[in-house]
Ligand binder design. Structure first.
Ligand SMILES: [Zn+2]
Length: 134
């Protein structure tokens, strides 16, 4: 991946994970570039299909592009950082990310966005103040 493309990805993301919104300097593990639609599903390495993701979200997302809504058990696509608006699909309930839509609930579940390590970081950031997860 070219340095120019990498810089565009980081800049566009505001240096935070495009899924869980944790800012990069606050998270101990390295950030990675995610193929929103995985290469094995025909996704290309273009700016439109790439997103900045923390190690946690990228590891759980893997090549997934869909999951089952924990409420309805229906097959639902995952949140797409390029075409979906974060605040329409997610909201913060104290430190927990809650899905507001079927896509949000499914993405929270597949990416395990309320795992203990992420909750711990979010709690610390909220306690310190000044971090807007929306
Ligand atoms: Zn994340």
């Amino acid at each position: 991946m070219s340095p120019v493309l990498l810089r565009q990805i980081w800049k566009r993301a505001g240096n935070r994970c495009e899924y869980c919104h944790i800012p990069h300097p606050q998270f101990l593990l390295p950030f990675q570039v995610d193929h929103i639609i995985a290469r094995q599903h025909g996704g290309e390495s273009t700016l439109e299909n790439l997103a900045l993701a923390c190690f946690h979200c990228n590891r759980y997302k893997g090549p997934n592009i869909a999951g089952r809504d924990p409420d309805t058990r229906e097959l639902v696509r995952l949140f797409h950082p390029r075409t979906d608006i974060w605040s329409e699909h997610f909201e913060l309930s104290h430190a927990r990310i809650v899905g507001r839509t079927s896509i949000g609930r499914t993405t929270v579940q597949v990416l395990s966005m309320n795992a203990d390590d992420l909750l711990l970081v979010r709690l610390a950031l909220i306690d310190e103040g000044g971090v807007d997860f929306q």
